[in-house]
Design a protein around this ligand. Structure first.
Ligand code: URP
Ligand code: ZN
Ligand code: ZN
Length: 467
């Protein structure tokens, strides 16, 4: 099977220029300037030609933080590997990295097998895994090696959620030492969970049960403090550190200072922190439950700082932290007690479109859009140049994007298996038109052509930003 994509504007981290692309089988075979005339010859023998005039041609998006079928808060996130990756593909994401979750007392390698079983035969696009370490002990630390050999080279730990995923500073230190020895990356959920639990207990005792108190009991200062502590522990051990779902200016200041000192500290933010705010958590009645995630949505003032961080590379990239729970049946578990609302916001389908609004509004440049949504995630998590670029030899994960189309986000039209949209009614400039996953057309002109099982597991290399 060969496909020619002609007349489009190829966008990469270094710029945007007219280019024709030849795809043969699963890979990009050639990229040429239109003046070369090569595309005429390619087209005469190709199975299909796609006219991308007036369109951007991008490397497929990489969402490095998703939770599909995740056990959490007494329930499971509502997207399966099939529905979640289908929605991702609709939105121009062609690779995800999901989190396998070690149960307390469980083995990392058994956990990895379990997540491999969940995804195999179901995923529509390629996928890798990070490992959530919820139980640090001698056996777990040894098993990190087995994960690394299997292509899982990043381990998430939690300073939040005491009694669930929480790790003490000592446990974090031990895991970081192991990461330093092996080259693995420690990913950190940086919120001071011990202090937060006290604030939550006080709020509930005072009769404050509404969703907005989820935000009010998790102040930005406690994200800043935990981020500082995680960076300190990483500097003591020499381990590379990646802060997940950074939401607050206080936390960003810590990351910026560490990077200025030359420490291997990286951070992502998420679309919800760029476009939604504490006001959404405070929506009337129980509606704020739709917006409960941790860290919580922040007052609007934080958004300008996050965009600044994305421009200056203090924030390296944007992932969704897609963790969908249905409003009617699952968020409902916390009616009358905000601390029981399952934590998570859906978003796997809209990351590319939402970040494109950053280009439209002048917050980031066009090349930076591609960098934070595809190329940096590929390099951060050891997938480059197979993923994250449109270049000869790379996987033909390609998005043809119409930058002038208009659309309105709605749960009525989205493809995620969740009964609401956090961005309901938001008007978007731009739309994904065609998506190729390893040379297969999976989305085209409003139709889905993907297949469960097409996606394959990606054994990843170490972070490619380390020297
Ligand atoms: O609220 C969130 N973020 N849910 C997913 C789990 C996590 O901490 O990433
Ligand atoms: Zn987290
Ligand atoms: Zn998460």
């Amino acid at each position: 099977m060969s496909i020619v994509i002609r007349n489009g504007t190829l966008v990469s981290t270094t710029g945007a220029s007219p280019a024709d692309i030849l795809v043969v089988g699963e890979r990009v075979a050639a990229v040429a300037s239109p003046e070369s005339g090569l595309a005429d010859a390619w087209e005469s023998s190709a199975d299909r030609a796609i006219d991308a005039r007036g369109r951007y041609v991008l490397p497929g998006g990489i969402d490095a933080h998703t939770h599909l079928e995740m056990p959490f808060g007494g329930t499971f996130s509502s997207d399966t590997f099939e529905t979640g990756t289908t929605a991702a593909a609709w939105g121009g994401t062609t690779t995800i990295i999901d989190f396998a979750v070690q149960p307390k007392g469980g083995s990392l390698l058994t956990t990895l097998e379990r997540w491999q079983e969940k995804a195999a035969g179901k995923a529509v696009i390629d996928y890798g895994f990070h490992m959530i370490v919820s139980d640090v002990n001698d056996a777990t630390l040894k098993e990190m090696d087995g994960c690394i050999d299997a292509g899982v080279k990043s381990f998430k730990m939690f300073m939040a959620y005491p009694g669930v995923f929480y790790a003490t500073d000592g446990e974090i230190l031990r895991a970081m030492h192991r990461a330093r020895e092996t080259g693995a990356t420690i990913m950190m959920h940086a919120e001071n969970g011990i202090a937060i639990d006290q604030l939550v207990a006080q709020a509930l005792a005072a009769g404050h049960t509404d969703p907005v108190h989820h935000g009010l009991t998790r102040p930005a200062a406690l994200e800043g403090e935990a981020t500082h502590r995680a960076i300190t522990l990483a500097s003591v051990t020499g381990a590379p550190l990646y802060i997940v779902h950074l939401s607050a200016a206080e936390a960003l200041a810590e990351v910026t200072a560490a990077r200025d000192r030359g420490q291997n500290v990286f951070a992502e933010t998420c679309p919800q922190y760029l476009f939604l705010s504490l006001d959404d958590l405070g929506r009337p009645g129980f509606e704020g439950a739709k917006y409960v995630a941790s860290p919580p949505l922040r007052p609007k003032e934080h958004q300008a700082e996050l965009w600044r961080g994305l421009r200056t590379n203090d924030l390296s990239m944007v992932s969704t932290d897609h963790c969908p729970f249905c409003f009617k049946e699952q968020k409902e578990l916390g009616r009358g007690d905000f601390s029981k609302i399952p934590n998570g916001i859906p978003g796997i389908e809209h990351r590319m479109d939402l970040l494109h609004q950053g280009v439209v509004r002048g917050e980031i440049s066009l090349p930076r859009w591609v960098e934070i949504s595809s190329t940096t995630p590929a390099r951060m998590f050891g997938l480059y140049p197979r993923k994250g670029t449109v270049a000869p030899g790379s996987d033909a994960d390609i998005v043809v994007y119409d930058p002038t189309a208009r659309q309105t986000i709605s749960a009525k039209t989205h493809h995620m298996n969740v009964d609401y949209s956090a961005y309901e009614g938001m008007e978007i400039t731009g739309r994904v038109e065609t998506v190729l996953s390893r040379g297969q057309v999976v989305v085209d002109a409003g139709e889905f052509h993907g297949r469960a099982g097409h996606g394959s597991f990606l054994a990843r290399e170490f972070c490619q930003y380390l020297v």
